[in-house]
Design a protein around this ligand. Structure first.
Ligand code: PMP
Length: 363
């Protein structure tokens, strides 16, 4: 945060004065491969149906606070009951509510960096201490034994699978061990699960472990990043607790209408998801073929890459080619790393061409 005026400094909560807000580092560019959205856009037939649903939605009444129609649809989709589902204003809000409900002063979170930095920000906002179980510095795989040990005294554990920004997944068998080892709550953040190989989700463990929470979002595979819609699956009493800390009308009528349409037409997204998986492989091979570039395998719709002068390459991609990617080069453990969202074939071709020629200039 910038320097606070004296007037505010004396009034704001001390820990809030020290907060660094989340910065998506956005600059408008022709090709945006920086935020892991679905760059193929909403399929036309779904867009038409959303427009019709929104046109038929009255705005003078408050929304259904818990979005029960949508919860029922999500429950049927995942083979659970309405009582197992809570929807939120994006996955981010559900993460925050998770911290509100289960974190706070005296509580301990274990997370596995390098990972999604929002966990860190939310833990600071509610005064939760963070214990870090670092991933392998070369492969970014989890250190499962260390994680199980740390989980043994944790109030909350979050594992991101596929992990943002490294693309690794956690096996369901390890999630089961984690749920057994942890006396507190275990959240598996599956924001990118739709892009992973079949069977990656740990959802089937929900029937066995009542301390497991699985987070999903409509922002990635389902093209609703702009609408803000996410959901968690968990045991009914966990959902009740999350319901108690949420703001009552946080998911508006348009968002509920759009998500209901997307849920009922979710099969339409399958071909695009398959194309993104194919393009992920092509882009990874193309990047790895450029001298000096290392690419990590990824189960998400993004690739983590390392290259010399990464921050300069990123700036030139933005300023000379109008291509935006995410710079992680100053994040701990991610020196000289960039994260690139898998785009359309044309976007990926342009990126490959631009990286190859910029690297020739700078190295
Ligand atoms: N989890 C992870 C790992 C993410 O990368 C994101 C989005 N960047 C989210 C959760 C939250 O997504 P949203 O709020 O758009 O649903």
């Amino acid at each position: 945060m910038g320097a606070l005026s004296r007037r505010i400094q004396g009034r704001v909560r001390e820990d809030v004065a020290r907060l660094e807000p989340y910065d998506p580092n956005f600059t408008p560019c022709d090709i945006n491969l920086s935020a892991n959205e679905n760059t193929y856009g909403m399929p036309e037939q779904v867009r038409v149906a959303i427009d019709e649903a929104i046109a038929a939605t009255p705005t003078n009444r408050y929304p259904d606070p818990m979005s029960n129609d949508l919860r029922d649809q999500i429950a049927t989709w995942h083979g659970v009951r309405r009582e197992n589902v809570c929807v939120g204003n994006g996955g981010d809000e559900l993460l925050f509510n998770f911290f509100l409900a289960f974190g706070g002063p005296g509580k301990r979170l274990v997370d596995c960096p390098p990972t999604f930095t929002v966990y860190d920000i939310y833990s600071k906002m509610v005064g939760t201490s963070v214990v870090r179980c670092w991933r392998d510095p070369d492969t970014f795989e989890l250190d499962i034994d260390a994680l199980l040990r740390m989980a043994g005294t944790a109030d909350m554990v979050i594992v991101t699978s596929p992990n943002n920004p490294t693309g690794n997944v956690i096996a369901a068998a390890d999630v089961a061990r984690l749920c057994e080892a942890c006396p507190g709550m275990v959240m598996i953040d599956e924001a990118y699960a739709e892009f992973a190989d079949d069977g990656i989700s740990c959802e089937r463990l929900l029937a066995t472990y009542d301390n497991l929470i699985v987070l999903h979002t409509y922002s990635k595979a389902f093209c609703l990043a702009g609408v803000r819609m996410g959901y968690v699956l968990a045991a009914p009493d966990v959902i009740e607790v999350l319901g108690a800390v949420r703001q009552p009308y946080t998911v508006d009528v348009f968002a509920q209408a759009a998500a209901q349409v997307v849920t009922s037409m979710r099969g339409v997204f399958r071909p695009t998801i398959e194309t993104i998986r194919k393009e992920r492989r092509r882009l990874a091979e193309g990047l790895a073929a450029i001298e000096g570039v290392r690419v990590w395998p990824s189960q998400g719709n993004f690739l983590l890459v390392r290259m010399p002068y990464a921050a300069i390459v990123r700036a030139r991609l933005r300023d000379k080619r109008s291509i935006l990617v995410r710079d992680f080069s100053s994040s701990p453990g991610l020196e000289d790393c960039l994260r690139i969202t898998v785009g359309t074939p044309r976007e990926n071709d342009e990126l490959l061409d631009a990286v190859a020629s910029i690297l020739k200039e700078v190295v």
